[in-house]
Design a protein around this ligand. Structure first.
Ligand code: F6R
Length: 260
């Protein structure tokens, strides 16, 4: 049997961002060396803005926090405008003051000479660094339109670990805006696995807007399995999901009860 996730439906996405930012702030104060798993993308940008505000206005100190990004495109320089490494530097590492040695991005590998490493060596090194850091305390996640979490595209088995993947057509279409055209979007990436994500002690998910409504309903109420990788989250013992009304509108619980 799977544990029913704790789902919170908010009127405005800012309420969800403020809630989750407060939880992260409490964790950072309680355990300054907390390990955060970072998602990139539109869904999480507001959360990081709110955390940066807490740093400025409430002296929240991220100086000892350790971060692990979920995924990265292959074949991009870290400063490419489409690279998650750059996205995270601009929106998370610098605004929050994450120290350089505490930032982890899958494609970087773990050592200064890692440019010469094979992809599978980098993947193994990433899992190893995660273990050495003590595992992820709180994983922040968004959901792709096809049900992916990180770049675990359907179908992905539950036991998957950090590895190279081929990106799904919808994932590349959604990224085309950032890259300027579909042809510029990389076809391959490194992603941590579903098994890796499920080892996080807390998992916190955000999904906003009507484009996510169909997949949110399948992930939360449909069959659990590799065709909807986000559905595997329902087995996690400490899961919380925030949806706005648009993203929640296809859930059974959001539908009016049938008239008898
Ligand atoms: C990003 C990631 C992806 C996104 C998902 C939603 O690091 O791993 O799984 O969370 O594609 O993207 P947005 O938020 O842009 O809709």
């Amino acid at each position: 049997m799977t544990t029913p996730p704790e789902t919170i439906v908010v009127g405005r996405r800012e309420e969800a961002e403020a809630d989750l930012a407060r939880e992260i702030a409490a964790l950072v104060r309680e355990k300054p060396r907390v390990v955060l798993g970072l998602a990139t993308g539109d869904t999480t940008a507001g959360l990081y803005r709110e955390l940066a505000r807490l740093r400025r206005e409430e002296d929240l100190d991220f100086g000892r926090v350790v971060t692990f990004n979920l995924d990265e495109y292959l074949g991009l320089a870290p400063e490419h405008p489409g690279a998650f490494a750059r996205w995270t530097r601009e929106r998370v590492f610098e605004p929050l003051g994450i120290s350089e040695g505490s930032r982890h991005v899958p494609s970087w590998g773990a050592a200064a000479d890692s440019a010469s490493w094979t992809i599978s060596e980098r993947c193994r090194a990433y899992e190893e660094s995660l273990r050495e850091a003590g595992g992820i305390d709180l994983q922040i996640l968004g959901i792709g339109r096809n049900g992916h979490i990180a770049f675990n595209e359907p179908p992905t088995p539950r036991e998957s670990r950090t590895r190279e993947v081929r990106l799904h057509a919808w994932t590349r279409e959604d990224a085309a805006r950032v890259f300027g055209s579909l042809g510029e979007v990389p076809t391959r990436a490194i992603t941590i696995g579903i098994g890796t994500i499920l080892e996080a002690r807390r998992i916190r998910v955000l999904a906003f807007g009507s484009r996510k409504a169909g997949i949110v309903a399948r992930a939360l109420e449909g069959p659990v399995g590799p065709e909807v990788p986000a559905s595997f989250l329902r087995g996690h013992p400490d899961l919380r999901i925030w949806l706005d009304r648009e993203a929640a509108r296809e859930l059974d619980s959001a539908r009016p009860a049938p008239r008898s």
